[in-house]
Write a protein that binds this ligand. Structure first.
Ligand SMILES: *Cc1c(COP(=O)(O)O)cnc(C)c1O
Length: 370
């Protein structure tokens, strides 16, 4: 059993992807070929945003968004301590300082009231909040947008995991002033290498992102008006993504069925993920909480003994990472994130997970919980 079954997806899409890749190989437009713009338009249509600027990966997308807003040394950015390191790394890469607000214990996403308090405590130094749609579930963007607008700070949605999710009728990618996403293969919408994108309704910001992505270009790439990056999405990856995006709506439905099946059948001892009213999760991960760290170890060992993969996202909150030791944020600072980190683990999840395999996961966990 695979933790994320990319092979079954490939078998379904194989011929279409081969055709698309062959087109790129024979046309020879490997950098910024027509598939890149075609994919950007398709993605903008799917997410309901005006502008999509693709780039090399989801980490660059965050860095480019921060740079486009002029955020750098002396500025602080509020974010969640419970995320993949890239969210925080991007803030530090541009020279700004990350400040954390603890998570909501039910959704594991940043708590808007605590974000509000963190922004207020930061005085005028806070320039943006990065919300993360963790495990596929969008953060509470309605409240976050009000909080950020109230303080006049930017809201950047890190939708690397949330792609496909919804918050009150709007899709992930359309929930902040700008959103970023990743096409790393294991994400809900993944390519066959690295890729990323920035999504926004703001035409001026989109123009700045397009410049930053190609060496700070002005009229063309030999007219350099600022220091930028080399962060383009490969044409081959755009071609693959066009086929993957076409298959995505059906996969998203399948993800809901798999998640619902887990939620119906998993034992009571586990705390199962909840999706608040008005939200849709894209189930990038299906994560459960064990009663405590010792029980988590027992349950994961039982799964491993049955050849069932599982994983911990995330074992160490960001403020306790070695790379952040310079800020001296002690253990106990963000108690909800710290407690969840000791109990959480993720089960095999993919639109192609068979009922038979899923039943095995459920059986092994049910037996191990007795
Ligand atoms: C994967 C991920 C990223 C980074 O994406 P890459 O394409 O791997 O650079 C950023 N934020 C979150 C929350 C992620 O899960």
């Amino acid at each position: 059993m695979e933790f994320i079954d990319l092979e079954s997806q490939y078998l379904v899409l194989k011929d279409k992807i081969a055709g698309r890749v062959a087109d790129v190989l024979s046309a020879g437009n490997f950098i910024m070929g027509p598939e890149v713009a075609e994919f950007e338009r398709a993605l903008a249509g799917y997410c309901g945003v005006k502008h999509v600027v693709s780039c090399a990966n989801g980490t660059d997308a965050l860095v480019l968004a921060l740079k486009a807003y002029g955020i750098g040394p002396g500025d602080t950015v509020v974010t969640t301590p419970f995320t993949f390191f890239a969210t925080v790394e991007a803030i530090m890469t541009v020279g700004a300082t990350p400040v954390f607000a603890d998570i909501d214990p039910g959704t594991y996403n940043i708590d808007p009231a605590l974000a509000d308090a963190a922004i207020a405590a930061g005085g005028g130094c806070v320039k943006a909040t990065i919300s993360v749609d963790l495990f596929g579930l969008p953060a509470d963007h309605q409240r976050l947008a009000a909080v950020c607008a109230g303080h006049n700070v930017r809201l950047i949605e890190d939708a690397a995991q949330g792609f496909g999710g919804e918050c009150r009728g709007r899709r992930a990618g359309a929930l902040g002033d700008v959103a970023t996403t990743s096409f790393f293969p294991a994400k809900p919408l993944g390519c066959y290498g690295d890729g990323g994108a920035m999504l926004t309704d703001d035409a001026e910001l989109a123009a700045m992102l397009r410049s930053l992505r190609v060496h700070g270009k002005g009229e063309d790439k030999y007219d350099n008006v600022r220091v930028g990056f080399n962060s383009r999405l490969d044409t081959i990856q755009a071609a693959i993504l066009l086929e993957k995006l076409a298959a995505f709506p059906a996969e998203l439905k399948q993800r809901q069925l798999v998640a619902e099946r887990y939620t119906r059948a998993l034992p009571q001892m586990l705390t199962l993920p909840t999706v608040p009213q008005g939200y849709l999760s894209s189930w990038a991960q299906y994560c459960v909480l064990a009663p405590d760290a010792a029980k988590r170890a027992t349950l994961m060992a039982a799964l491993a003994a049955a050849d069932i993969p599982s994983a911990i996202y995330y074992a160490r909150p960001m403020h306790l990472q070695t790379a952040l030791a310079c800020y001296g944020i002690g253990a106990g600072s963000y108690p909800v994130a710290e407690e969840v980190a000791t109990r959480i683990f993720a089960l095999p999840m993919s639109p192609y997970l068979s009922e038979r395999d899923q039943d095995r996961v459920i059986e092994v966990l049910t037996a191990a919980c007795r």
